[in-house]
Ligand binder design. Structure first.
Ligand SMILES: NC(=O)c1ccc[n+]([C@@H]2O[C@H](COP(=O)([O-])OP(=O)(O)OC[C@H]3O[C@@H](n4cnc5c(N)ncnc54)[C@H](OP(=O)(O)O)[C@@H]3O)[C@@H](O)[C@H]2O)c1
Length: 245
């Protein structure tokens, strides 16, 4: 058990909620940063409510990020880690995709990841710590209608590598955890029945999609195992789909 404090963006739903819950189960205090100021609300969330510090924060707003980290540290104590999980997915045919749509995806999925790392730095540099950015296995794939999302997740890998190198001597490790298709409440129907489900059964070697718990366990293990030499890497968690031929 630990009393360390980890901030998780987008902790109200899906993967972020599962990460926040798993960290709380392992004894961490979790700063949950979402636009609506909500933390996890499903599963055994109520049992761990005392370990959540819920803060309203739009990750695309730098002032909001700065204030959120201050708020979390004032309420819970020094920050030891950050999980940049908040993300959006907008798609469309590339030949007619508006620049505004492309930039919206980049703003949330890539620029905000950099800005959150930078705003967390003054807190993390005091005692050292770790940052886990949630990327995607789409970072290395060519996916029709997904130019903005794929570019944004490739940027997450680059941001991770650069900050890991630049901040290593400051005792800050930076990793990119890159999931494959993960079933969440929002996509459960599409992922478990219909054409996407049929496609995944063929593409994922086990025939089974990932769960939010899979990603949450990996992220929580990175914080609870605290392995000093592990930094800068993109760790894929996709059931071997990305390397499947
Ligand atoms: N699901 C998958 O198959 C999959 C696969 C690979 C990678 N990923 C990545 O995993 C991450 C989480 O995905 P998910 O499927 O769990 O998403 P989700 O269910 O749509 O949840 C997104 C979370 O991000 C928050 N959020 C969105 N925009 C925000 C903003 N501007 N500021 C603060 N919070 C914001 C949302 O809360 P509010 O609306 O309350 O702000 C929500 O808590 C994303 O980075 C995604 O790209 C997902």
């Amino acid at each position: 058990m630990t009393s360390k404090v980890i901030a998780v963006t987008g902790a109200s739903r899906g993967i972020g909620s599962a990460i926040a819950l798993e960290l709380a189960r392992r004894g961490f205090t979790v700063g949950c940063l979402t636009r609506k100021g909500r933390g996890p609300e499903t599963g055994d969330a109520k049992e761990y409510a005392a370990r959540f510090v819920n803060v309203a924060c739009d990750v695309t707003d730098e002032a909001s990020l700065k204030a959120a980290f201050m708020d979390v540290t004032e309420k819970a104590g020094a920050l030891h880690g950050l999980v940049n999980n908040a993300g959006i997915h907008l798609d469309g045919a590339s030949h007619e995709l508006p620049t505004a749509t492309y930039e919206k995806v980049m703003a949330t999925n890539a620029t905000a990841v950099f800005a959150a790392c930078r705003e967390a730095y003054p807190h993390l540099v005091k005692n050292g710590g770790a940052i886990v950015n949630i990327g995607s296995f789409f970072d290395k794939l060519g996916v029709k209608r997904n130019v903005a999302y794929c570019a944004s997740k490739a940027a997450v890998g680059a941001i991770t590598r650069c900050l890991a190198v630049e901040w290593a001597a400051k005792g800050i490790r930076v990793l990119d955890v890159a999931p494959g298709y993960i079933v969440t409440d929002l996509n459960r129907d599409a992922m478990t029945k219909g054409p996407l489900a049929d496609y995944l059964k063929k593409r994922v070697p086990s025939g089974v999609s990932g769960t939010t718990a899979d990603v949450a366990k990996l992220v929580a293990a990175i914080f609870s195992e605290d392995i000093p030499f592990l930094s800068g890497e993109t760790i894929y968690i996709d059931g071997a789909q990305g390397v499947n031929h």
